[in-house]
Design a protein around this ligand. Structure first.
Ligand code: CUA
Length: 199
């Protein structure tokens, strides 16, 4: 009976040199890995891929209290039970992700910078601003302060893109961006249509 140990190689063909095309493939794959590896810091510094912002640890109860104070200070209306809040230009604004809603509805002004705070009170949610290409994880226990400047007026939707439970697909919020004069675009469009329709 033949035996072999760790010192003696087993007989067979496994030790054959790799075929030139296979070696070529390994070299190309390694080169590509290095390119992708270099892209990570490159995106960070050059690509505008990383948000400019700060992140703090926060207790969900404290974040809720701060957001409630914010809502109480700047509330201008209500839409289907969700308060509409119009904060002063340049201020800190707060948004809560909570199964399965976004609170409050933010009414912002075009061309004005705000610091948008995002946090969750329960599980991870995903903040996607439709139809913009923006996507953030909203994590309980962390307050993500993001400097944002709305560039276009409109009536936008926040879509949750992180599966958070049975009502995930219903978790839709709203952001209203008024034009630089503080007018709601949808309302202005409606007024223009009415004017056209009226002889
Ligand atoms: Cu919140 Cu999905």
């Amino acid at each position: 009976m033949e035996t072999h140990t760790g010192i003696e190689s087993p007989k067979g063909v496994w030790w054959k040199r790799a075929h030139p095309t296979e070696r070529m493939w390994v070299v190309i794959a390694f080169g590509w890995c290095m390119v992708l590896f270099a892209m990570m810091p490159l995106w960070h510094f050059k690509g505008g891929q990383n948000p400019a912002g700060v992140r703090y640890r926060v207790k969900p109860a404290d974040y809720m209290r701060r957001t409630q104070e914010f809502i109480a200070a700047y509330k201008v209306g209500i839409d289907q039970g969700i308060p509409i809040v119009e904060p002063p230009p340049g201020s800190d604004i707060y948004l809560i992700g909570l199964s399965f809603a976004w609170q409050p509805i933010l009414k912002l002004r075009q061309g004005t910078e705000y610091t948008l705070h995002l946090s969750s009170l329960d599980v991870n949610h995903g903040f996607s601003l439709y139809p913009m290409n923006i996507n953030f994880q909203v994590v309980p226990g962390y307050d993500y302060g993001l400097r944002v400047t709305p560039t276009e007026a409109g009536d936008l939707r926040i879509v949750c893109n992180e599966f958070c439970g049975i009502g995930h697909h219903t978790m839709v919020g709203r952001v209203i961006v008024t034009d630089s004069a503080g007018r709601e675009v949808a309302a202005a469009e409606r007024a223009a249509l009415t004017r056209e329709a009226t002889p």
